[in-house]
Design a protein around this ligand. Structure first.
Ligand SMILES: Cc1cc2nc3c(=O)[nH]c(=O)nc-3n(C[C@H](O)[C@H](O)[C@H](O)COP(=O)(O)O)c2cc1C
Length: 315
């Protein structure tokens, strides 16, 4: 920040996420804004700090049968079941579009085996326009039916198996809140070689129709997101930051119920370097831009000059 900028009250929203240079700290959360082309019809992607794609697995997946989403008090449940284009179509149909975007692109990666994650990361890492690969570890391993992200040893093994294949992009691991102590899995992800931690994925939940005496989601249960999970997400970011990430100097992407600049400021204060907006995009896809404006005003009014002045600054 130049002395001139300081005098005129300009603020610098830019952050650096382990090598990903973002013009502001606000990104999309995976699965809530597609692969880019559809979202770009509503929002100028260049105004985002980063764009995060929906998950990609090696094969095309149809996902779970409907109903796959349901609104709940202060949030929603989803059981999309990792429906996605598959790696070949992503590379052929989406990458050419992403190459026209100058905003950093992060691709969310899923799999049902370690080999699935390796296949996707190996193919996407050399593609220049992809700045980061984010591992969604909240899915079951076909080998034993257990989620990769809910056991420290399994998670470390997965991340360590993928790490040698991610040579250029930033390796991000998205932690699940469905654990007894998220500090254990955060430490495991770092032992495996993660550059950045995303905190948090959805919380497991269920909705029931009492008239029909049936679960509302065809999959029976799903992932809870939106304002309902914000206190849990803030708690997880605070725990991961103070117990693991601060000393290790590993940036956190905070998410879970971010709807406005105040939510974003709270996540930054709890220790996040960047924040992702997910469920709120279904209400208004331009929320990320309004968060940036609000954050700039918040900083200016307090005589602060940079987003970095907020990160981890809880009293
Ligand atoms: C409809 C929907 C689809 C999602 N798909 C993915 C996904 O493909 N990969 C992933 O890592 N997270 C996925 N998520 C989780 C979000 O990225 C985010 O972690 C979570 O929703 C919390 O943020 P929010 O409260 O702002 O939505 C999905 C969430 C929703 C609501």
């Amino acid at each position: 920040m130049s002395p001139e900028a300081k005098r005129t009250g300009n603020v610098d929203l830019a952050v650096n996420l382990a090598g990903i240079r973002m013009s502001n700290p606000v990104m999309t959360a995976s699965g809530t804004s597609g692969y880019g082309p559809d979202f770009a019809e509503h929002v100028d992607l260049e105004k985002l700090g980063a764009f995060v794609t929906k998950a990609i697995s090696p094969e095309l997946r149809k996902g779970n049968p409907p109903p796959r989403t349901v609104e709940t008090a202060a949030g929603m449940l989803n059981a999309i079941g990792l429906a996605n284009l598959g790696l070949d179509r992503f590379v052929a149909e989406i990458v050419p579009f992403l190459q026209t975007v100058s905003t950093p692109i992060i691709v969310n990666v899923v799999g049902h085996s370690i080999e699935d994650y390796q296949t996707v990361c190996d193919r996407l890492d050399p593609i220049d326009c992809i700045s980061g690969l984010e591992l969604n570890v909240s899915c079951p391993n076909v080998a034993d039916g257990l989620e990769f992200g809910t056991d420290a040893e399994r998670l470390e093994n997965l991340v360590a198996s993928v790490r040698p294949l991610v040579k250029r992009a930033t390796l991000i691991v998205k932690l699940s809140p469905n654990v007894t102590d998220i500090v254990q899995t955060a430490q495991a992800a770092l032992r495996g070689g993660a550059d950045v931690l995303s905190v948090i994925n959805t919380l497991r939940g269920m909705a029931i129709n009492a008239d029909l005496r049936r679960p509302i989601l065809a999959n029976r249960c799903g992932g809870l997101s939106g304002p309902a999970i914000k206190p849990v997400a803030l708690y997880c970011v605070d725990r991961v930051y103070t117990q693991v990430a601060r000393d290790a100097q590993v940036p956190i992407i905070g998410m879970g119920g971010v709807y406005d600049w105040r939510d974003a400021a709270e996540f930054l204060l709890a220790g996040a370097t960047a924040i992702a907006v997910g469920t709120a995009l279904f209400v208004d896809p331009t929320i990320p831009m309004r968060i940036c404006e609000g954050l700039a005003t918040y900083l200016r009014e307090r005589g602060l000059t940079s987003t970095r002045d907020l990160i981890g600054q809880l009293g």
